[in-house]
Design a protein around this ligand. Structure first.
Ligand SMILES: [Cu+2]
Ligand SMILES: [Zn+2]
Length: 243
């Protein structure tokens, strides 16, 4: 299987080089070439590892779980955030869905936003600092990284959200499996801060908590979907009572 993949990669690389000599000046569109190569490699990867996915049959869904723990290096004044981040990808090439379920914030955090990103390394051994910079396989500015999930609002001391359309993958050469999800103390300026840090990390502040994205079965997702539906129903009922 590995030898076959290598052969495909070499063929894809040769095809890309041939195409480039016909259509572009050397080095004039490196980013585009990298993107083309990424698409080709992803297609080959998908063909080799998920042959059943096109039919939507068993094995097409991909799931991960990430058990969020407070960073070992946060200050005593910072909230100790714990919880769960789940991802689901219904087919290779599809956008990600996520459940985020975090607690440990205090009432004074209600109504404030927290940035959440995927960082490069799945290493939390020295606190969340060990996870490195944003995962950035294509060398693009923030907030175009695959794990730039933006801002999430704290309410009732917790942060819970179901999101769709996330621009990251659990399969292929740019998979986020084995990398880290980091919850920040501040808000993501989404690259509009006007300084270098803004286009690297959104000036999102200290790293409160983090976890490593690991492959799992469908059960955690099913449990979280039920919990989310019940919580949303309760929240709506409370809103109605308050109105
Ligand atoms: Cu981050
Ligand atoms: Zn980023």
């Amino acid at each position: 299987m590995l030898a076959l993949l290598c052969s495909f990669l070499l063929l894809a690389a040769r095809a890309s080089t041939d195409m480039d000599t016909d259509t572009a000046e050397p080095g004039s569109n490196t980013a585009e070439q990298i993107r083309d190569m990424h698409v080709k490699v992803t297609e080959i990867w998908q063909a080799l590892t998920h042959r059943g996915a096109r039919d939507g049959g068993p094995g097409a869904d991909l799931y991960t779980a990430c058990s969020v723990q407070p960073s070992a290096s946060i200050g005593a004044a910072q909230p100790r955030v714990t919880g769960l981040v789940l991802f689901r990808q219904l087919a290779p090439g599809a956008k990600l869905e996520a459940f985020l379920d975090l607690e440990g914030f205090t009432a004074e955090h209600n109504g404030s936003a927290r940035a959440i990103h995927v960082h490069q390394f799945g290493d939390v051994s020295q606190g969340c600092e060990a996870t490195g910079p944003h995962y950035n396989p294509l060398g693009v500015p923030h907030p175009q990284h695959p794990g730039d999930f933006g801002n999430f609002w704290v309410r009732d001391g917790s942060l819970w959200k179901y999101r769709t359309g996330l621009n990251a993958s659990l399969v292929g050469p740019h998979s986020i499996v084995g990398r880290a999800v980091v919850v920040h103390a501040g808000q993501d300026d989404l690259g509009r801060g006007g300084d270098q840090a803004s286009v690297e990390n959104g000036n999102a502040g200290p790293r409160l908590a983090c976890c490593v994205v690991g492959v799992c079965g469908p059960e955690p997702w099913a449990r979280q979907a039920q919990k989310h539906a019940e919580r949303k129903k309760r929240w709506r009922e409370n809103e109605c009572k308050a109105a």
